[in-house]
Design a protein around this ligand. Structure first.
Ligand code: QAP
Ligand code: CO
Length: 170
């Protein structure tokens, strides 16, 4: 197992569109295990492959209280069922910042597991919000794209400043 580096906003690589997974092999299973380890270590509740600079449609999540329910979604497809809900969202790629985002509440999800087997589920609440947030990553979208430009620019400037301080000397 290995911890992976997480890209941070405004890194342009976070804008990459992920491609569907076509090979359900040992490398894919290692990727999902490393992503889960990286997410638990952070600690976070969701991580998309885009965030670790792998541009394939792979999401890992665990929204359980006791971190006992790892979930893997490959090539997920979401359809909105209905409702609307506001949640305070954060993101491992936007560390230290949280903002309210309004999204559809109830969704239906079709996806494959790491073995390539299809499954479906209906989600609401945190599971639904987190899945939509992670799906956004696979399309190059961040939660800060759902808030005002003023707030987004403020967050971008603060993170850019931190990245400058943290940058290795050359
Ligand atoms: C996405 O985000 C999410 O700022 C997952 O300093 C979050 O795991 C969906 C994290 C909330 C819906 C609601 C953020 C960790 C983790 C931070 C995360 C931080 C440390 C974020
Ligand atoms: Co995120």
């Amino acid at each position: 197992m290995a911890l992976l580096d997480i890209l941070e906003f405004p890194d342009p690589r976070l804008r990459t569109q992920a491609k569907p997974v076509t090979q359900f092999d040992a490398a894919l299973r290692k990727l999902t295990e490393d992503m889960l380890e990286t997410m638990y270590d952070a600690p976070g509740i969701g991580l998309a492959a885009t965030q670790i600079n792998v541009h394939q449609q792979v999401i890992v999540m665990d929204v359980s209280e006791d971190k006992s329910q790892p979930m893997v979604f490959i090539n997920p497809q979401i359809t909105v069922v209905g409702g609307e809900k506001e949640y305070e969202e954060g993101c491992l790629s936007v560390p230290g910042f949280h903002e309210n985002v309004v999204r559809p509440d109830v969704i239906h999800v079709k996806a494959l597991n790491a073995q390539g087997e299809a499954f479906e589920l209906q989600a609401d609440g945190l599971l639904s919000v987190c899945l939509q947030h992670e799906m956004d990553h696979l399309n190059g979208v961040l939660f800060v794209d759902h808030i005002s430009r003023l707030k987004r620019d403020r967050i971008r400037r603060k993170l850019e400043k931190q990245h400058k301080v943290a940058a290795p000397r050359s």
